[in-house]
Structures are given as structure tokens and as C-alpha cells.
Write a protein of this length. Structure first.
Length: 451
């Protein structure tokens, strides 16, 4: 029954996407983040639901008049440059015999990332107003929010003895990836709740926000825990009652330490106590490998999927047989070391430039629209962006998710904020000019004489 329902929804939505391509953007977010087909049991799990939505959306985007025509920003250029550079590093890998063992995987990865880039630019093209951007944020927030509620209920029923995972075979299937996605979603839930007028929707946002924080803890991910601490601290400082918020966070932390299951405390206690288990040792070894490897290929790196056993044996500081313990590869375990090894120092520079550009653009937008009360929503959305980017930077330091779908959507949101705010600022300035010009240009002799 689930299979039939998912396929029916997708097939009915596909023709709608041609005539209303923005609807395709929302459907793509729902499929990409919630992964409804992964909750089915049969043919729907392998059905190409994303392609069935994206292709009609692309067709509709060609013919629709309701699209952004001026979306070239610093972030747009950096995003295109990063995409192009990934193609260059992949092309270079064809000419390096040492990279032949992971060339097929690199090609597959490039296709996957290119699909994500296409959907990202469709969003940039088709989200043309504040209201459309709001709906995109709501769909994204509730996709992960529902999964957070599901994980929280599971954790309560099992006493927190088991890890919470994302939908199987999705890009957040791993507990670490799921924790990262939740950390990036929590700011959306918090700031959307703060500005929501409908009491019931506001309450739903708040409940989902709390469940998101609990679900992050239940993933047992230490990198996600650090990201959660950063997110909660930032959101506390951006509330009206900073002292109360910080006190509540401290109380929540005390309750977690007091009532957390022994398995969770054992995993976190060793980490914060400075003791490195096998997983932490593998991370350090992977980072050392990435540095040694990039010194040999500083410009282009090794392209995607560089962290292979063959290359590890050449550039790892340790004998792999002493620590891999049956693993085919340890993986990058960091967005920074991942990009450095796979895209070289040039790719890392572009990646970092895009990250910091998003962060500083959000701050600059707040200053620019501050004098205009009607654009206060831009300030709220800019808080979402920079807080989520910080969550990505902190948690991502320990996770190999450099090409994360949700991060690329944040880049799109920064671009859209600039584009939409620019249009609304121009509209405000025109209206102001219309009001002010007549009073300035009236000839004093034509003014009626005062009695």
C-alpha cells in the first residue's frame, strides 16, 4: 500500500510540475530530504522518483515567466566555480594511473553531485518571492522535523539504548549524517517559530525544535553533539531573554547527564575526557593521510572517492593492517580534509570561500535591511542561514559530507535572499521617490497664499 501511495503522489505531481515548476522545487525537497520511497517495502524503493519530478520541473522552468532573471551574486559565481573545478579534477584523474582504482566511483559521485547542483539552481531560478522562500524553508524543516519526532518517540520507547538513524539508503541514513542534518534544521525550526503568527503552527515548530535537539543526542554522534552545542548557544544569544535561555540549556544539559543511558555516557565520556577510541584514531589517521596525499597532488587532488585502501597504503602514516580492522576504507571524516584530498588546495580555497561568503553575506544583509521594517523577515532568514552554516562547519569538521544536499540549499537561500531583498528594496525606493518628488518640485508661486 505504501508503494502505491508514493508512486501515485509522484505520478500525479509530475504533470503539475510542468505548469507550476515552483511546485516541483517543493516536491524535490520533499523527496530529497524526507525520502518517502525509502519507507515503502517493494518497487517504490528503487523507483526513480526524483527524476520523475526534476525533469518536468526543468521543462516548466524553460517556459515559465515567473523566474528570477538576475541571480548572479558572489555565491552564484563561487558555486559554479566549485562545480566546474570538480569537473576539472575528475578529468585530471583520467590521466593519473594511480587513480584508476577509484575512477568509476568518482564518475558516479560526479553524476550524483551534478544532479544536486541542478536542483539547487532550479530553486535559485524559480523561488521568486518571500512567500515561496518561506514555503521552501517550511517543507525542508518539517521533512527533517518529522524524522526527528519519529526518532525521539523511538528513543523514549527504547530508553535511549539504541542509536537513531535516518531513512535507509538515503543521504542521511548514517547516524552521523542524520545528526548533521538535524543540527542544520534546528535553526530553521527555531526562527520560523519565533516569527510565526498562527499559534498552532508556532507550537508545532517548537515541539519539532525540541524533538530535533533530542534526536541529535540519540544519534550517539559526537560530532553532531558539538554542532548541537554551537547551535543552541547561538540561538540562545539571539533570543530576547538570553539569560533565561542559557539557564534552560544548562538545565537541559544537567538532565541529559543525569538520566542518559550508560551506553550513551560511555561513548561521550571517553570523547570529552580526552580518551581516543578506535573511531577517533581512524579519524586522525584519515586526516594525516589527506594531508600527506594532498602534498603530492596539491593542485587537483585525487578527485572524488580518493580515500581508498590502495592510496592509504601509499600515503597513510600507519600500516593499514594495524587499524583498519576489516574496513575497506576509513573515509575522510571531515568536510575540510575531504575537499582538500579530493579537490586539492585550489578546491579547498573555493570551498572555504563559499562557506565564509554565505556567512558574511547573511550578516551584511541584516545591516542593509535594518532601516526597513517591512524587510524584517530578511533578518530572520539570515539568522537561519548563518546559524545553519555554523552547524555545518562545526559538525562537518568530523564528518565526510562536503557535498551535502542541505548545505547547497543553504547556499541557494543566501542567493535568493539577496535577489528577493534587492527587488523589494528597489520597489520601496520607487514608492518613496513617487511620494517625495511632487513636494520637492512644486513651484512656491503655485502654492496657495496663506491667510
Amino acid at each position: 500500500m505504501r508503494d502505491v501511495l508514493v508512486i501515485a503522489i509522484v505520478l500525479i505531481a509530475a504533470p503539475v510540475c510542468i505548469f507550476v515548476p515552483y511546485f516541483g522545487v517543493l516536491m524535490s525537497a520533499w523527496i530529497g530530504y524526507f525520502n518517502p520511497h525509502r519507507f515503502a517495502y517493494s518497487f517504490a524503493t528503487t523507483f526513480p522518483v526524483a527524476q520523475i519530478i526534476v525533469i518536468p520541473t526543468m521543462i516548466g522552468a524553460v517556459f515559465t515567466k515567473d523566474r528570477n532573471h538576475r541571480f548572479v551574486t558572489r555565491e552564484t559565481l563561487l558555486l559554479l566555480l566549485f562545480w566546474a573545478w570538480m569537473g576539472i579534477t575528475l578529468t585530471n584523474a583520467y590521466f593519473e594511473p594511480a587513480f584508476f582504482d577509484h575512477l568509476f566511483d568518482a564518475q558516479t559521485r560526479m553524476v550524483e553531485i551534478s544532479k544536486i547542483m541542478v536542483t539547487t539552481f532550479l530553486a535559485i531560478l524559480l523561488v521568486t518571492s518571500k512567500q515561496k522562500l518561506r514555503y521552501l524553508l517550511i517543507v525542508t524543516a518539517f521533512c527533517f522535523g518529522i524524522l526527528a519526532i519519529k526518532g525521539t518517540v523511538f528513543g523514549i520507547l527504547t530508553g535511549g539504548q539504541f542509536r537513531v538513524w535516518g531513512p535507509p539508503k538515503s543521504f542521511v541514513a548514517d547516524n552521523n549524517d542524520f545528526g548533521l542534518a538535524l543540527n542544520m534544521t534546528i535553526p530553521m525550526l527555531f526562527f520560523l517559530a519565533r516569527d510565526e503568527q498562527n499559534r498552532k503552527v508556532k507550537m508545532l515548530f517548537r515541539i519539532t525544535f525540541l524533538c530535533g535537539a533530542v534526536a541529535v543526542l540519540l544519534t550517539y554522534s559526537r560530532g553532531a553533539l558539538l554542532g548541537l552545542c554551537a547551535v543552541l548557544a547561538i540561538t540562545a544569544f539571539r533570543t530576547r531573554y538570553k539569560g533565561l535561555s542559557l539557564a534552560m540549556i544548562a538545565l537541559a544539559a544537567l538532565l541529559v547527564v543525569t538520566f542518559a543511558p550508560g551506553k550513551w555516557m560511555g561513548r561521550m565520556g571517553d570523547f570529552f575526557g580526552g580518551s581516543l577510541d578506535e573511531s577517533a584514531q581512524e579519524r586522525i589517521t584519515s586526516w594525516q593521510f589527506a594531508w600527506n596525499f594532498t602534498k603530492h597532488y596539491p593542485i587537483t587532488g585525487g578527485s572524488f572517492e580518493t580515500f581508498t585502501p590502495a592510496l592509504f597504503s601509499m600515503y597513510s602514516p600507519r600500516d593499514p593492517t594495524t587499524w583498519l580492522a576489516g574496513h575497506t576504507s576509513s573515509g575522510p571524516h571531515s568536510i575540510y580534509f575531504q575537499v582538500m584530498a579530493e579537490q586539492g588546495f585550489v578546491g579547498l580555497a573555493i570551498f572555504l570561500a563559499l562557506l565564509f561568503s554565505c556567512f558574511f553575506s547573511a550578516r551584511r544583509l541584516r545591516k542593509r535591511v535594518a532601516p526597513y521594517p517591512s524587510l524584517s523577515w530578511v533578518i530572520t532568514y539570515s539568522y537561519i542561514v548563518d546559524t545553519s552554516v555554523i552547524a555545518y562547519m562545526v559538525s562537518g569538521a568530523f564528518l565526510g559530507r562536503a557535498y551535502f544536499d542541505l548545505y547547497l540549499q543553504l547556499v541557494a537561500i543566501v542567493i535568493l535572499l539577496k535577489v528577493i531583498a534587492r527587488k523589494e528594496l528597489r520597489s520601496l525606493q520607487r514608492r518613496t521617490a513617487v511620494i517625495e518628488v511632487p513636494t520637492q518640485e512644486v513651484d512656491p508661486e503655485l502654492q496657495p497664499a496663506l491667510p
